[in-house]
Design a protein around this ligand. Structure first.
Ligand code: NAD
Ligand code: TYD
Length: 341
C-alpha cells in the first residue's frame, strides 16, 4: 500500500487532488496536513473515506509536527500548501515568505531525513513573469524565472530550494508549473469564483484595468491528472509546465460567466488595476503531453459549465466562505462591501 503526505489538502487544488488520488489508487493511504488558513476548509475534505484519508491540522513550517505525522516509508510528499493569492501578497508579503519559502524548505529537509521516495512540488506559471501580448509567445520549461509579484517571487524561491535539494543531495524532486485553475471549491477571492458568486447574487464584478490581461485556464481535475502522471512517471529533477491551451482575456471570462448565468453585462465594473499586473500568461504544455502522454479532458466551456453548476448547487458552501473575514477582505481590497460595488 502506498503512503502519501499531501500538504494544503484542505484547499482548492489539494482537495481535488486527494479525490483524484483516492480514486486512481484504491489501495493508498493519504495524510492530509493543512494549517486551515482562511483558504483551508474542512468541508472540502468531508467527503473522503476516513479509512484512507486522515486529516492533520498542522503547519508546514513546524518541522516537529511534520516529522510526527509523516507516515513511515512515505512514498511521496505532494506540496500544495501555500499562500496563493497575488492581491494578498501585494498587501503583505510576510506570510508568503514564511509558508511558501521556509515551509517548502522544511518539507525538503524532512523528505531527506526520512528517505521519502519523491517530492512533487506544486509551483505556478507566474514564476516566469509576464509574456508579451503577441499570440505567438509561450512559457516553456526553459523560460527564465522572472517573478513580478511577491506571491510569484516566493514561489520562485521555493522552486530554487527544491531544485537545490535535488542538485546537492540527490533528493527526488519534481516541480509542476500550472496556469490558472478553475473548478469546484475555489475560494472566491480568485477571479473566476468571484465572478461566478457575484453574478449568482446579482452583484457587480470587479475587473482590473482594461480587462484585457490574458490567463491560461485549466479545469482543476485536468491539472490533478497531470500531477498524478508526474508523480508516477515524471523525471526526477524535471520541471513540467501544465496547461490546457485555453487562453482567455479577463473580460471574455466574465462575459462567458454572465452568458451562462443569463446575467446582464451591466454587472461588469472596471476598477483600478492591480499594481504590477502581469499582462499575459500562456503555457506550452508539449513536454508533459509528449513525455507523459497527458491531455486535458475538459474544454473551457465544459469546465465552466461544471464549475458554475457546482457553485449554484452549493449555496451553503458559498455562504459560509463569503461570511465573516471574507467581507472584511472584500472591503479592504475593493474599498466597498460586496453588494455596494
Ligand atoms: P488555496 O489557497 O485554495 O489552498 C492552500 C491550502 O494550503 C489551504 O488549505 C491552506 O490552509 C493551506 N496552507 C496555507 N499555509 C499553510 C501552512 N503554512 N501549512 C500547511 N497548510 C497551509 O490554494 P490552491 O489554489 O489550492 O493552490 C494550491 C497550490 O497550487 C499552491 O501551491 C499554489 O501556489 C499552486 N497553484 C495554484 C494555482 C491556481 O490557479 N489556484 C495555479 C498554479 C499553481
Ligand atoms: P487571479 O484569480 O487573482 O489569478 P492570478 O492573478 O494569479 O492569475 O486573477 C486572474 C486575473 O483576473 C488577473 O489578471 C487579475 C484579474 N482580476 C480582476 O480583474 N478582478 C479581480 O477582482 C480579481 C481578483 C482578479
Amino acid at each position: 500500500m502506498k503512503r502519501y503526505f499531501v500538504t494544503g489538502g484542505a484547499g482548492f487544488i489539494g482537495s481535488a487532488f486527494i479525490e483524484s488520488l483516492l480514486s486512481h489508487e484504491p489501495n493508498c493511504s493519504i495524510t492530509n496536513f493543512d494549517a486551515l488558513t482562511y483558504a483551508g476548509n474542512l468541508e472540502n475534505v468531508a467527503r473522503f473515506d476516513k479509512s484512507r484519508h486522515s486529516f492533520v491540522h498542522g503547519n508546514i513550517i513546524d518541522k516537529e509536527a511534520v516529522l510526527a505525522h509523516l507516515p513511515q516509508e512515505c512514498d511521496a510528499i505532494i506540496n500544495f500548501a501555500a499562500e496563493s493569492h497575488v492581491d494578498r501578497s501585494i498587501r503583505s508579503a510576510h506570510e508568503f515568505l514564511v509558508t511558501n519559502v521556509i515551509g517548502t524548505q522544511v518539507l525538503l529537509d524532512v523528505a531527506r531525513a526520512r528517505n521519502v521516495r519523491r517530492v512533487v512540488h506544486i509551483s505556478t506559471d507566474e514564476v516566469m513573469g509576464s509574456l508579451p501580448e503577441t499570440e505567438s509567445s509561450f512559457f516553456t520549461e526553459e523560460s527564465e524565472l522572472s517573478p513580478n509579484s511577491p506571491y510569484a517571487a516566493s514561489k520562485a524561491a521555493a522552486e530554487h530550494l527544491a531544485r537545490a535539494a535535488h542538485h546537492t543531495f540527490g533528493l527526488d524532486v519534481v516541480i509542476t508549473r500550472c496556469g490558472n485553475n478553475y473548478g469546484p471549491r475555489q475560494f472566491p477571492e480568485k477571479f473566476l469564483p468571484l465572478a461566478i458568486t457575484n453574478a449568482i447574487h446579482n452583484e457587480s464584478i470587479p475587473v482590473y484595468g482594461d480587462g484585457l490581461n490574458v490567463r491560461d485556464w485549466i479545469y482543476v481535475e485536468d491539472h490533478c491528472r497531470a500531477i498524478l502522471a508526474v508523480l508516477e512517471n515524471g523525471r526526477s529533477g524535471a520541471v513540467y509546465n501544465i496547461g490546457a491551451r485555453n487562453t482567455r482575456r479577463n473580460i471574455e471570462v466574465v462575459e462567458s460567466v454572465l452568458n451562462q448565468l443569463q446575467r446582464p453585462k451591466s454587472l461588469i465594473k472596471y476598477v483600478s488595476d492591480r499594481p504590477g499586473h502581469d499582462r499575459r500568461y500562456a503555457i506550452d504544455p508539449s513536454m508533459v503531453e509528449n513525455e507523459l502522454g497527458w491531455r486535458p479532458l475538459e474544454s473551457w466551456e465544459s469546465g465552466l459549465t461544471k464549475t458554475i453548476n457546482w457553485y449554484k448547487d452549493n449555496p451553503q458552501w458559498v455562504e459560509q466562505v463569503r461570511s465573516g473575514a471574507y467581507r472584511d477582505y472584500y472591503k479592504q481590497q475593493y474599498g466597498t462591501g460586496v453588494e455596494a460595488l
